[in-house]
Design a protein. Structure first.
Lengths: 110, 115
């Protein structure tokens, strides 16, 4: 089955700096790569997603890149703000299932 | 209107008891899921249902029994609760299964504590 590895597990950045979270997946049949943000006490919420026919997608301060050959994808957050502090999950979606990474706790220091 | 709702939000119970968690979605989605999130924040799928049919059962002990009375509801019943069942349980829904289904909408979670 699919295996998704996510790094780093924790990340601290100064407000205004950029944050990068990286994930690798194992199943070349996976074709959908969402990123979720989980705030304290809440359920995960989708922030951006990308399909395998696209190499990069951007939405304001958030961007995702996908390298299908190397089977890795990354989340980039620019100009970080304190409200970006949360746990972020990558995931890889195949035919029947979406497999989540282990999560990255991002702390943005004011 | 809440898209995916779960009840109860908190559940404290003793070992050996039986408990249920209810989930409802008003998005008209075909697929619903149960996830378990442990203290390390790992999010692990337990079950997925598509049009009321069980599709995925991720080697979950048979003390856990999901039931989908209709496409909008997916309940989770747990028998003979154990300490290791303590976790946050999330219900989620999507339009279709897997990657084709796109965004998953998560409920607010049910924090289960077994003492």
């Amino acid at each position: 089955g699919e295996n998704v590895e996510q790094h780093p597990s924790t990340l601290s950045v100064q407000e205004g700096d950029s944050a990068v979270i990286k994930c690798t997946y194992s199943d070349s049949a996976s074709n959908y790569f969402p990123w979720y943000k989980q705030e304290l006490g809440k359920g995960p919420q989708l922030i951006i997603d990308i399909r395998s026919n696209v190499g990069e997608k951007k939405d304001q301060r958030i961007a995702v890149t996908l390298n299908k050959t190397a089977k890795h994808f990354s989340l980039h957050i620019t100009e970080t703000q304190p409200e970006d502090s949360a746990v972020y999950f990558c995931a890889a979606g195949g035919y029947q299932k979406v497999t989540f990474g282990t999560g990255t706790k991002l702390q943005v220091i004011p | 209107d809440t898209a995916v709702s779960q009840t109860p939000k908190y559940l404290v119970t003793q070992m050996g008891n039986d408990k249920s968690i209810k989930c409802e979605q008003n998005l008209g989605h075909d697929t619903m899921y149960w996830y378990k999130q442990d203290s390390k924040k790992f999010l692990k799928i337990m079950f997925s249902y598509n049009n009321k049919e069980l599709i995925i059962n991720e080697t979950v002990p048979n003390r856990f029994s999901p039931k989908s009375p209709d496409k909008a509801h997916l309940n989770l019943h747990i028998n003979s609760l154990e300490l290791g069942d303590s976790a946050v349980y999330f219900c989620a829904s999507s339009q279709q299964l897997g990657g084709r289904g796109g965004e998953q909408y998560f409920g607010p979670g049910t924090r289960l504590t077994v003492t």
